[in-house]
Design a protein around this ligand. Structure first.
Ligand SMILES: [Zn+2]
Ligand SMILES: [Zn+2]
Ligand SMILES: [Zn+2]
Length: 488
């Protein structure tokens, strides 16, 4: 045992002694605990530090034991481990905060009295003192007192010492001086601002700003207002934005821009770009057709093999082929896409009605679960064709409600799942296997928490959102590409 360590008289541990008291050497943790510990004195009944008999089983205060009290705060008189100049942590914190907020005059301006109270009432004065001494806390308070820093989230966000600003923010929101806000959302917004600042191409920055602001962040804000659940959705939002940025960056290396992008570009990106082999960019790109005028019958096998590509059946039905192949019925095309790309169960597909279709700002969407997936142009046409056919079918004798997207052979009933399965099988789609492959493919490119939901833990709530989120960028890109009037 090293010479400087000794058996602690309180805990018996061999540690360097912090003090030598009557009972013997006392280690640092026991020393601190003993100085801070207070209990009811057996003789006078007051709550005091208990010092006699010496040791951890003391029952009597210093006055009753007839020995001088030590380690007493010169300001408030409390028996405690002292922080500095004979003062306890709370008194030291009060003095330092007063000094800073009164610019040394001792008089706190009225507008800072709540702030002063918020800081000095912190349950852990030593943490606050460390923040003042070692961090930028002192500078922050001086800036506030001098009016150089307004009492707002924005001012704290912009402060060059984010940790110190966050600590002050925490005090202010706890004290009700600042409105609490969703910090995950705020962090995502800061992350985005930083990402945008680092984009050198002004056109790219404008596009990504529009997409992130009006699509991703706006939806995050809505969700932040309505949920207290774990925030995996902010990770999804970042994934979407990064995928968009990667695609734009890649486009610029190809001397191309979004308004000129073609399906061939997307294929090239998926096979040779940063999205190849399984990046989120690849997922975002592959999920939706980006171009509304693809050559029918274009063979998927003309592109190099890539492990992240959808399976053969999905490729065959994938929009480049399926939504343009008018030898297939619109119902078969839509069902095939929903199953092989979006992993929808047959029973869920057959249960779709016109009520699941939405029109928002001129965009046709389909509600899967709780969320709506905006559909780009080729699929929109597909659905319009489907609806035209469905009306004919209804006129034969189906009751008016509900308006099934996949009406069955009996009036008023949709196709059964097994009937739809048979139809798809005739087209070479194995519903079970291809849906599983679709889910695997989706999951391989999504955050783990989302994947967990996706694979069946909460299918109805999570699946729609997940697909919606991850397909978001490509859909937005499709909007821009197919609608030249759409200004980002
Ligand atoms: Zn000890
Ligand atoms: Zn006493
Ligand atoms: Zn004190």
């Amino acid at each position: 045992m090293a010479a400087w360590s000794a058996a602690c008289a309180h805990c018996g541990g061999h540690r360097p002694p912090a003090a030598r008291w009557n009972e013997g050497p006392v280690c640092d943790p026991c020393y601190t605990a003993a100085l801070q510990h207070r209990g009811r004195c057996e003789l006078c009944g007051q709550t005091r530090r208990l010092v006699a008999p010496p040791g951890p089983h003391a029952t009597t205060c210093a006055d009753c034991a007839g020995i001088p009290a030590t380690h007493q705060c010169t300001d408030c008189g409390i028996e405690d481990k002292l922080y500095e100049r004979g003062r306890c942590g709370a008194c030291a914190l009060r003095r330092r905060t007063t000094d800073l907020l009164s610019a040394g005059t001792g008089r706190i301006p009225d507008q800072f009295s709540d702030l002063h109270a918020a800081i000095t009432s912190t349950p852990s004065p030593r943490t606050a003192l460390n923040w003042l001494r070692k961090g930028a806390g002192a500078g922050l308070l001086a800036d506030l007192a001098a009016g150089r820093l307004p009492l707002t989230h924005a001012a704290l966000d912009a402060h060059p010492h984010p940790a110190a600003a966050d600590y002050l923010r925490h005090m202010l929101t706890t004290a009700g001086i600042l409105q609490p806000r969703d910090e995950d959302l705020a962090r995502t917004e800061r992350w985005l601002a930083n990402l945008l600042t680092n984009l050198t191409d002004p056109a790219q920055r404008r596009l990504l700003t529009a997409y992130a602001t009006w699509r991703v962040i706006r939806r995050l804000r809505r969700r932040a207002d309505h949920t207290t659940a774990a925030r995996t959705y902010t990770a999804t939002a970042r994934t979407n934005i990064k995928a968009a940025a990667a695609f734009l960056t890649w486009l610029s290396t190809q001397q191309s821009t979004l308004d000129r992008v073609t399906q061939r570009d997307v294929d090239t990106y998926l096979t040779t770009g940063p999205g190849a082999g399984g990046g989120v960019g690849g997922w975002a790109g592959v999920q939706q057709p980006v171009d509304g005028c693809l050559p029918p019958g274009r063979s998927a096998t003309s592109s190099p093999v890539c492990t992240s590509r959808p399976p053969a059946a999905a490729r065959r039905l994938w929009p480049a082929w399926a939504v343009h192949d008018h030898t297939l019925t619109p119902g078969d095309r839509l069902a095939g896409v929903l199953l092989t790309l979006f992993g929808q169960q047959l029973s869920r597909i057959t249960a779709l009605t016109t009520d699941h279709l939405t029109h928002t700002d001129g965009t046709l969407g389909i509600r899967l679960g709780h969320d709506t997936l905006p559909l780009p142009e080729p699929l929109t046409t597909c659905i319009h064709d489907l609806l035209a056919g469905a009306r004919v079918h209804h006129s034969i004798g189906s009751p008016s409600t509900p308006n099934w997207l996949f009406p069955g052979h009996h009036p008023g009933r949709p196709l059964t799942a097994s009937q739809l399965g048979q139809r798809l099988r005739a087209l070479g789609i194995d519903a079970r296997a291809d849906r599983r492959t679709a889910l695997t493919h989706l999951g391989a490119h999504l955050p783990a928490a989302v994947l967990a939901d996706l694979t069946g833990i909460h299918p109805t709530t999570a699946v729609g959102w997940t697909r919606h989120a991850a397909a978001d960028w490509a859909t937005y890109a499709a909007d821009l590409a197919t609608n030249p009037d759409h200004q980002p």
